[in-house]
Design a binder for this molecule. Structure first.
Ligand SMILES: NC(=O)c1ccc[n+]([C@@H]2O[C@H](COP(=O)([O-])OP(=O)(O)OC[C@H]3O[C@@H](n4cnc5c(N)ncnc54)[C@H](OP(=O)(O)O)[C@@H]3O)[C@@H](O)[C@H]2O)c1
Length: 348
């Protein structure tokens, strides 16, 4: 593993140079990798593995759009696409990629098929870390590990097709065969990870739950909404408020941050903008810090997991989510966004 220095802290990272695809293919040559669930991660991980020459099958309930999608993506019913139970029986490595709530529901079936020597693979530390709530306690004779791509399954696939890799975390929870580490590393490479960062199940799930509720999704919408509302209250038009809150950020500034960091983005803005940003960022940090502390505590206590289990286990959870997503979509800010986006050349 390569040793890299992260701001003075040394970490180990697995690279594709030291663990090339050929090595992954060799490690997995006698395995049947059963990807259970064809939602968002399932397609990305299954297709990338298939294209990487891994013996992969998909387990998905029938009479579902996800089944149809698997067929459209080239998985053949009865050959490489099966009902969940059949795939569980055939797989030697079970990639458990049902939604976190469905994983609880299906656990008793999965457990029956976890015969000694098999491996149970997750893309999230959720089920294991919160096993007092999920009931997911694997038998001692199987390997248990995770590879958690740090991004959507859609991005995992897109980046693979562009010959780029998405970064992933990996962790071993249980090494029954003595081969858990090489199996998980091989899978991490085979699904299309660029770099593999080592963690443990608890840290993966705590950081993931905090991150998505925080800057990645929750907090970002919160500060967008706050700034947009203030601009609107002060007489700015919807287009002006949207452009100054979202459009400039996503189209112009974030690509610069992604390329070379925040100071690089600042350096490419006017000195007026730089002066203001440098004066204000610490105030935003200080104002939001207590909220991030509260969020982390809620994650660490298991409250966020509990809420997610309760709401996503209800039969009408998809409909309820859709109501909330519609509310966002129909807010003035995002309606303004739709109009602004419609002006882009690719939409004309
Ligand atoms: N979304 C991401 O990009 C992402 C990123 C990193 C890690 N992860 C992790 O990857 C895992 C999979 O997440 P995901 O987002 O891909 O899940 P998802 O899109 O919600 O996938 C749902 C899958 O679970 C099936 N499913 C849901 N409820 C079911 C039920 N009651 N019975 C049988 N099947 C059911 C769905 O089948 P139907 O279509 O038939 O309902 C579909 O195949 C999770 O552990 C998640 O935390 C996800």
């Amino acid at each position: 593993m390569a040793k890299l220095n992260f701001g003075g802290v040394e970490e180990h990272v697995v690279t594709r140079e030291e663990f090339p695809l050929q090595k992954a293919q060799e490690v997995l040559k006698d395995e049947v990798v059963a990807v259970i669930g064809y939602g968002v991660q399932g397609p990305g991980q299954a297709l990338n593995q298939k294209d990487n020459g891994i013996n992969v099958i998909v387990g998905q309930r029938k009479n579902s759009k996800s089944w149809d999608k698997a067929v459209a993506d080239g998985f053949v019913p009865g050959e490489t696409l099966f009902e969940i139970e059949e795939a569980l029986q055939k797989g030697t490595i079970i990639c458990y990629l049902l939604s976190d709530a469905a994983q609880i529901e299906y656990w008793s079936k999965v457990k029956q098929h976890l015969t000694p020597g098999k491996a149970l693979y997750f893309s999230h530390g959720f089920g294991i870390t919160f096993n007092e709530r999920t009931g997911i306690v694997p038998p001692a004779e199987v390997d248990v590990f995770l590879v958690a791509p740090k991004g959507s399954g859609t991005s995992l696939r897109r980046m693979f097709l562009q010959n780029r890799g998405l970064n992933s975390s990996f962790a071993v929870y249980q090494d029954a065969t003595g081969k858990a580490r090489e199996r998980v590393t091989a899978l991490g490479i085979a699904i299309g990870s660029g770099y593999l960062f080592e963690t443990d199940f608890k840290k993966e799930v705590f950081s993931d739950l905090a991150g998505e509720r925080g800057t990645l999704m929750g907090a970002v919408q919160g500060i967008f909404a706050a700034q947009y509302d203030v601009l609107r209250k002060n007489g700015h038009s919807p287009s002006e408020a949207f452009n100054e809150t979202v459009e400039e950020l996503t189209q112009s500034l974030m690509p610069l941050v992604a390329e070379n960091g925040m100071d690089w983005m600042y350096a490419n803005c006017s000195t007026t903008a730089q002066r203001g940003a440098l004066d204000w960022w610490k105030r935003f940090r200080d104002a939001t810090s207590p909220l991030f502390e509260e969020l982390y505590e809620s994650v660490a206590k298991g409250d966020e997991a509990q809420r997610s289990i309760e709401s996503n286990s209800k039969p009408d959870y998809r409909e309820k989510l859709e109501v909330e997503l519609t509310e966002l979509r129909e807010s003035e800010m995002w309606r303004a966004g739709k109009t602004v986006r419609s002006l882009r050349p690719e939409n004309n």
